[in-house]
Design a protein around this ligand. Structure first.
Ligand code: UD1
Length: 420
């Protein structure tokens, strides 16, 4: 991840044009991990070129897989696995490396991982993941910063998640597909990326029902075989580009989007006065030429509620729209770090605990900012497109973790943006 790079934007250009939405990062990562469970080659299409996906491929390579990327097509040959340890450096670089533990326990009945470091948006513990693995018959020791997981026989189990955790639901699914017997995940997360993972695993031979509902049932099978699969479109990248268009009062057409998964976000844009039209299942047109008004309350929630990952970019938009918005962040306890940076542009945001009050202003003025995390960095790009003069966003490496070709996409619709 390059923290030396910065994104420079000269704001004030009205954006207009078409953007093709990338494949979903949060779907690609668990599916790359799921490839480990297969005996034969996996080919993934629409796999976004992101530093997080590179890190996932490095983990697969370390574990003995042969991985190749050509553009957005990734092939993985997982026929021989030579290791069961997820490198500590990669656990630090990408917290969601923890998703490989379920796949390793499923396939090799063993996994060694280091404890993921404290993170930018909250504590993000992995206790639900570990409790589920234990319930499935895995012994876990925790010493010197490493977790060693081992089992002779991985068994299906009834698991009730205290919170509908996306990562825990996916990790349990990955372990359960090759376990003996049936696993039930109660209070499972219902995010679209979980449905995508289940579709991939089913195509490889897994038996999964209920993905996308609060109860996922997995019947363990003996073996899985690789397949060709296309990763779903990224709903958060779609939301980000629509915010970029809306804050400049422009018009954007998104192609290769997933309208259904973006619905909770699209309805907020409509409520704000944007004209939003969908065409078929994968194109959406948004026009923000009319006067926009601030939504009164945005409460992040598990799917199909408003996604926490879209909270920062929407906050940037609300900071430049008449009216007051109250944000309530219910998923992560420290997800307003971008607010201080947006304030440098003149945004009026007051944060108290999990609540942020945003008072829209007519003008923001360009300044030097530092990306605080992936989506917080994206929020700074959105605000920079509106601000007078130049906005320079340092630590751009955070942004490249989740946005493929962000500079080219925004240039293509008229933004004055460059990486320095
Ligand atoms: C995933 C997404 C992330 C998104 C989040 C919520 C990926 C790679 N990342 O993250 O972009 O913001 O879902 O939609 O898909 N929790 C525990 N113990 C656990 C697990 C989670 O207390 O063992 C808590 C977390 O601290 C958090 C809440 O549960 O407060 C939800 O987190 P979770 O859904 O697990 O998020 P991730 O899977 O890490």
């Amino acid at each position: 991840m390059s923290f030396k790079q910065a994104i420079c934007i000269r704001g004030g250009k009205q954006l207009e044009g078409e953007i093709t939405v990338q494949g979903a990062k949060n779907s690609a990562l668990p599916i790359l991990a799921a490839a480990l469970l297969c005996k034969t080659q996996v080919t993934l299409y629409n796999c976004p070129r992101l530093t997080d996906c590179d890190a996932a491929m490095r983990i697969l390579t370390t574990l003995g897989c042969n991985c190749r990327r050509e553009g957005n097509c990734v092939t993985i040959n997982p026929s021989v696995i030579t290791g069961t340890a997820i490198p500590a450096a990669l656990m630090r670089e990408m917290r969601s490396s923890v998703i490989f533990s379920g796949a390793l326990i499923g396939r090799e009945k063993a996994c060694r991982l280091s404890l993921p470091g404290g993170c930018e948006i909250g504590a993000r513990p992995i206790d639900f993941h570990l409790a589920a693995f234990r319930k499935m018959g895995t012994e876990i020791t925790d010493e010197h910063g490493y977790l060693d997981c081992r089992t002779n026989k991985l068994c299906g189990a009834v698991i009730r998640l205290p919170l509908a955790s996306v990562g825990a639901t996916e990790n349990i699914m990955l372990a359960a597909v090759l376990a003996d017997g049936v696993t039930e995940i109660h209070n499972a997360a219902r995010e679209p990326e979980i449905v995508d993972l289940a579709r991939f695993l089913t195509k490889c031979g897994a038996k999964i029902s209920g993905a996308g509902s609060g109860l996922v049932v997995i019947e363990g099978v003996k073996e899985l075989y690789g397949c060709d699969y296309s990763i779903m479109p990224d709903r958060i990248a779609a939301a980000t580009y629509l915010c970029c268009g809306a804050i400049t009062r422009g018009e954007i057409m998104l192609s290769k989007a997933d309208i259904r998964s973006a619905e909770p976000f699209l309805s907020v844009l409509e409520q704000m006065g944007c004209s939003v039209y969908s065409f078929g299942e994968d194109s959406v047109y948004m026009n923000a030429r009319k006067k926009l008004k601030a939504p009164s309350v945005i409460r992040t929630a598990v799917h199909p509620g408003f996604p926490t990952d879209a909270q920062p970019v929407l906050m940037a938009l609300c900071s430049a729209v008449q009216g007051t918005t109250i944000f309530v962040e219910t998923i992560f306890e420290n997800r307003y770090r971008h607010a201080c940076e947006l304030a440098r542009l003149g945004a009026k945001i007051n944060v108290e605990g999990r609540v942020a009050v945003v008072e829209g202003t007519e003008r923001l003025s360009g300044a030097e900012l530092m990306a605080t995390d992936l989506r917080g960095g994206a929020a700074m790009v959105v605000a920079g497109l509106f601000a007078d003069g130049t906005t320079k966003i340092g630590n751009a490496g955070y942004i490249y973790r989740g946005y493929e070709d962000i500079e080219a996409h925004l240039k293509g619709v008229g933004a004055d943006i460059k990486t320095v």
